[in-house]
Design a protein around this ligand. Sequence first.
Ligand SMILES: *Cc1c(COP(=O)(O)O)cnc(C)c1O
Length: 390
Amino acid sequence: MRFETLAVHAGQSPDPATGSVTVPLYQTATFQQRAIGVHRGYEYSRTGNPTRAALEESLAALEQGTHALAFASGCAATMAVFSLLRPSDHILCGEDVYGGTYRILQRIISPLGITVEFVPEDAPESFAQRITPQTKMVWIESPTNPLLRVLDIREIARITARRGVLLVVDNTFASPFLQRPLELGADIVVHSTTKYLAGHSDCVGGAVITNNKQVYQAMKFYQNAAGAVPGILDTWLVLRGVKTLALRMREHSHNALQIAQFLAAHPYVQRVHYPGLSQHPGYETAKRQMYGFGGMLSFELAEGFPAAERLVQALRIFTLAESLGGVESLVCHPARMTHASLPPEERRRRGITDNLVRLSVGVEDVEDLIADLRQALQLAAEGDQATYDI
Ligand SMILES: *Cc1c(COP(=O)(O)O)cnc(C)c1O
């Protein structure tokens, strides 16, 4: 079956007991046992719940994996993957990753005696050169947050497979509609389902998908033992969201490309980061490994923080907020918001400047979105003019 059909039906067949067309919310903590130890597959909702099982089956199908596990947040899913590491192991992580992932590695994983190394270059050889006999895992995002850098997943997977290292891809920015890392050779896919999978900015969740049975069993043990499972309503909201994932991603991608082109031609914009622009350094790789370029982009204004602040204040349709991947357009200032936990010199080195603005382009009418950006850019630029006049 094709993606669109799986998105509607995988894991979500009518309820065998009642015929309910949508998966019921099994809002229960525990399950009756017919006799001691005799149950119908479910005992206690931390261990397993039918609504969660439906979501796990759906996500496994969408990512072309054999197993999936749902978690209370993307960070909880990330922790489940890091639970595979042991003291004296070495992990390589792409440097342009989600701020929360960086924080977990620096503040939780590194103190456990696990060596954490960030890889500043995107080239697959940079990962190859840093692999040691202690390297257990390589963790990457593509496209990355917030600079939309593109890493060659297939090439990196070739290297890790040869060296017996697990390759983990945080696929949150692309969603499985646009990119399926397991097909490209990755071992584990991580999602913040909070974003495109749920798609409506109404719940927080995470997931891990894999084809590796051993990895699955270790993380399944961790899921039950550590207990960061999603609530049932949140689980159900993701199940509802994924049904329209294909429709939404097409629209997000279409709108984002138009906006990227508009911004690239705007005199007050210095640089646009969007992998769908042919001048983007990751364009060719993205074309090869993705089925579309997605709804995320960032851009640099010609002037510094005051202009960025004026811009985000002047926007009327774009809402100033963290997060991404919902139907509504959001704007954020990475240096002061999502990446504020990075030390300033680290931010500067990575190119997360004070004039960088990130957009999560929603599914509103693209002409309305462009008009909103046009008027806000105008106001931001006029502010600079006023400063110069003084
Ligand atoms: C949001 C996000 C996370 C963390 O997910 P939460 O659901 O907020 O815990 C991880 N990776 C990426 C790329 C994200 O955007």
